[in-house]
Ligand binder design. Structure first.
Ligand code: NAP
Length: 336
């Protein structure tokens, strides 16, 4: 049984070649659930995998795509039956397990989340891993006791996937969100998502050696790393929560104990790929329910999967705004 997939190969020289090609179900890894993918999405990790980053993907040829939403074709696990709408984000999908830039994936049933009733497959992919990560950040702010009346929340990399969804969810929940971006020409987009104001990322970074800066943020969703994270840690109010998930600017973190022992700061690292399945299901229900921003369809655009190569390049250059969803070609499932 054949299906179509986007396949990336990396030569010894490091040269990368990608094609849209036919694959067979026998090419897929073993797994309890075979899923026909209808939608996938674009994440920074897909760019890394598709450009030959061996820290993400060890062996090529490989199909990237860390997110997928679709219908079950076959399941060895009685929790899922043929035709069920499901979603898979993270775990090893698209890293060393053949990913969702394909009409079919086969995965362990513990990776599979039933599609929440109030969420369409396409909406689930507007969120995708980036949106789910934003959801985990929001959950940590709430669990840290940060309330809308406590003061402004800083969201960095605000036009990116995680940042834009975080801006939309938090503003929908009544928080005053300050959106930090490198490009202030995105003002209209960010205000439309609900940001109360914009901050220029470059001017936000404080290179001084001061261990504490003016107390500003009740909470922070930091997605870039480096100077932005280091400055945010020194700029919070008392008992604030700072969540961080990315390292586009730098994997290093230079800080001191002062913000933690003098302001009671909670610094929370976010790992969405291996989020335990029960928490995952709970957060997806929130994303489908009370947290769902009215601007969800505004922050995502759906393209046919032929656009995968150019969109992978754009996200690698930091030029993606909001979320990009890929619609996979329809598969004739009568043969499966
Ligand atoms: N830990 C986890 O579980 C997890 C999950 C998902 C994603 N991530 C990571 O989180 C980060 C953000 O993911 P994403 O999906 O939002 O990526 P994205 O869509 O590429 O957005 C990142 C944003 O950061 C800003 N940016 C990019 N390069 C920058 C630079 N050199 N200096 C300063 N700002 C820069 C840009 O926003 P502006 O132009 O608005 O400044 C960009 O849109 C990535 O590193 C990703 O790998 C981690």
């Amino acid at each position: 049984m054949k299906f179509k997939a986007y396949l990336v190969d990396v030569a010894e020289s490091g040269d990368v070649k990608a094609t849209f090609t036919d694959r067979s179900i026998d090419d897929l890894p073993k797994g309890d659930v075979l899923i026909n993918i209808h939608y996938s999405s674009l994440n920074y990790k897909d760019h890394l995998s598709s450009s030959g980053h061996r820290g993400i993907t060890r062996n090529y040829p490989h199909t990237p795509g860390v997110d997928g939403a679709g219908r079950v074709l076959r399941s060895k696990d009685s929790r899922f039956k043929e035709g069920d709408e499901v979603l898979v984000t993270g775990h090893d999908l698209g890293m060393n397990t053949s990913g969702a830039y394909a009409q079919c994936i086969q995965v362990p049933s513990d990776w599979v989340v039933p599609m929440p009733e109030k969420l369409k497959m396409e909406e689930a992919m507007i969120y995708g891993t980036a949106g789910f990560t934003a959801g985990q950040c929001v959950e940590q702010l709430v669990q840290g006791g940060v309330r809308p009346e406590d003061g402004p929340i800083l969201v960095t990399g605000a036009t990116g996937g995680v940042g834009s969804v975080a801006v939309a969810i938090l503003s929908g929940l009544g928080y005053e969100v300050m959106a930090a971006t490198r490009d202030l020409s995105n003002k209209e987009f960010l205000l439309e998502l609900g940001a109360a104001g914009l901050v220029d990322s470059a001017t936000l970074i404080d290179d001084s050696s001061k261990p504490l800066l003016k107390s500003r943020w009740a909470g922070v969703v930091e997605t870039v790393g480096g100077g932005l994270l280091e400055t945010a840690i020194r700029s919070t109010q008392r008992r604030a929560t700072v969540t961080f998930c990315g390292m586009i600017a730098s994997p290093e973190l230079n800080t001191s104990v002062y913000p933690f022992i003098l302001r009671g700061l909670r610094l929370i690292g976010i790992d969405s790929a291996e989020c335990p399945i029960n928490l995952k299901k709970l957060l997806w229900e929130k994303l489908a329910g009370d947290w769902k921003p009215s601007t969800l369809s505004y922050l995502g655009k759906t393209l046919s999967w032929e656009h995968i190569p150019e969109e992978l390049e754009k996200i690698g250059e930091g030029k993606t705004r909001g979320r990009v969803v890929f619609a996979l070609p329809l598969l004739d499932v009568s043969n499966f």
